[in-house]
Design a protein around this ligand. Structure first.
Ligand code: C5P
Length: 214
């Protein structure tokens, strides 16, 4: 088990997916779980401040996460969960204690039988405290916002760099300041600053740390 935590837009998902491919391990994108519950809540019109209602919704969800995909009731929602609105409202789900506990259960079940590279905010601290290697991957907030903005534009979404940066700062502050499972580096995690590095450089760097050359 390798955990990769860190703030929004640090490239964690891509790095974790490529690292998992290279190791021949499975990849778990825990943000996708929070996003799927957010999307379902928005679609069903569930009150985002009602923890009981959110947990009932999550309990009844038919969600699955085959490699690179997110499925909700069999529908491929991989693109829909990256929507600006889903990103913005995901904080209600992230702050909801019973839903968090349920998603931690999904995450541990996913990792039960295989070696996994997992990424999120609380993977090294809360979900997998005994992981073999833990990384906290970050980059300057301007670089992270530029990357996320490029991604959104490539997907045809309408967003300014300033708005992406403002949303990202608000999300980072909330993720780090949350009462339960705040985003932080585990005491035994290694922090990797990816500012100025390509995705390939970061994957190579982490791979060398997980599998040092003999
Ligand atoms: O990583 P991603 O941007 O897809 O995550 C969406 C949101 O889900 C984050 O802003 C965070 O609030 C929440 N999240 C979380 N814990 C995780 C993964 C994501 O609280 N392990």
């Amino acid at each position: 088990m390798v955990t990769i935590d860190g703030p929004a837009g640090a490239g964690k998902s891509t790095v974790a997916r490529l690292l998992a491919d290279r190791l021949g391990w499975r990849f778990l994108d825990t943000g996708a779980m929070y996003r799927v519950v957010t999307l379902a809540a928005l679609r069903e019109g569930v009150d985002l401040e009602d923890a009981g209602a959110l947990d009932r919704l999550a309990a009844g969800l038919d969600a699955s996460f085959p490699p690179g995909l997110a499925l909700l009731g069999g529908e491929d929602v991989s693109a829909a969960i990256r929507d600006v609105a889903v990103t913005r409202f995901s904080r209600f789900i992230a702050d909801c204690a019973p839903v968090r506990a349920r998603l931690v259960g999904w995450q541990r079940a996913f990792a039960e039988s295989d070696d996994v590279v997992t990424e999120g905010r609380d993977q090294g601290t809360i979900v997998f405290p005994d992981a073999y290697r833990k990384f906290f991957v970050t980059a300057s907030d301007h670089e992270r916002a530029r990357r996320r903005h490029r991604e959104l534009v490539a997907r045809g979404q309408d967003a300014t760099l300033e708005a992406v940066l403002a949303d990202q700062r608000a999300r980072d502050a909330r993720d780090a300041g949350r009462a339960i499972a705040p985003m932080r580096a585990a005491d035994d995690a290694e922090t990797v600053d990816t500012t100025g590095l390509s995705i390939e450089d970061v994957v190579e760097l982490l791979h060398r740390k997980v599998r040092p050359a003999p």
